[in-house]
Design a protein around this ligand. Sequence first.
Ligand SMILES: Nc1ncnc2c1ncn2[C@@H]1O[C@H](COP(=O)(O)OP(=O)(O)OP(=O)(O)O)[C@@H](O)[C@H]1O
Ligand SMILES: [Mg+2]
Length: 339
Amino acid sequence: MEQAVLSIKNLDIAYGAVTVVHDFNLEVHAGEFVSLLGPSGCGKTTILRTIAGFIGAASGEITLAGEEITKRPAEQRDVGIVFQNYALFPTMTAFENIAFSLRVEKRPNDEIEKRVTEIARASGIEEHLNKKPAEMSGGQQQRVAISRALITGTKVLLFDEPLSNLDAKVRVSMRQEIKRLQDHFGFTAFFVTHDQDEALAMSDRVVVLKAGKTMQIGDGRALYTKPANSFVCQFIGDANEVNGSLAAQLTENAVSDTIYIRPEDLLISTGQTRGLQAKVNHIEYLGALVRVECVSEGSSMLVSLFSKDCPPDLKTGDSVSLTVSKGAWHSFSEGGDNQ
Ligand SMILES: Nc1ncnc2c1ncn2[C@@H]1O[C@H](COP(=O)(O)OP(=O)(O)OP(=O)(O)O)[C@@H](O)[C@H]1O
Ligand SMILES: [Mg+2]
């Protein structure tokens, strides 16, 4: 088996007496794009900063390119970091931003000139090197930030929510741009985000974190179709949580546990008596898709279907029956295993 570029074993991280990351384990392979996804405060930045060496590990082991670096100072770890909103130095030109770590290392001027020019050419920002960040577009600033992180020759980049303050349209084009630069430079990416679309769209694998604990590691399809527990099931995409007699009527089965059903796995029909009887509470027409909110015995359920499959005269207040495709629901035992 190919050796991991970045390997993290049994990592615990604490602030004072409070442990915020518990037994974190991950192997990232060369050229892989791995995202760390979870709600605010779950420990994403803490893990990233511990890999970078800004925070010490309480216990566990971090290995980079085969060498254990757990106790090594930050400046001796061969990783680059792309910060939130890129964190470029506003008074410096793109050239000086990219050159920064080479200046710290006191590299000769002609070497700096050569290396900065080379990487700027490869990133497509050569003609912007004399501009300050405020004079560049978001995409150009991102290329400066990635060039600044790569200039030392590192092959591992850590990203801490670089796109979090951008508007939705720009985010989508920026994430494609990061993938393009990854293809070009071939770096290994560890990408922190709380945006599930971003994580799913960009990553080979996603680590889902909740309150400092790993809930599941997998590619997007595995997380969506085989969630390991109810948290992942509800965090990745939408899921209707149903229990008791409603679950039994919906599935036409004697189910006792709480079940989770994706909105697209609920089937809606009019003039039927089987399944669960419900009323339409709200209809959202979204072009290709229609989202129908139904209510039964005080519980609300979301159904998502293609517009072409939606009864054209369906309206608020209509009586409908809901069923679920055979076996298309998730339930989890207390241990959190998918059934
Ligand atoms: N310097 C610190 N001292 C004490 N506790 C901290 C410190 N930094 C973070 N924490 C706590 O550690 C936990 C994890 O914080 P962290 O910043 O890693 O979360 P995050 O997943 O990056 O969240 P966000 O999505 O909001 O950036 C939180 O409960 C936070 O309050
Ligand atoms: Mg954070």
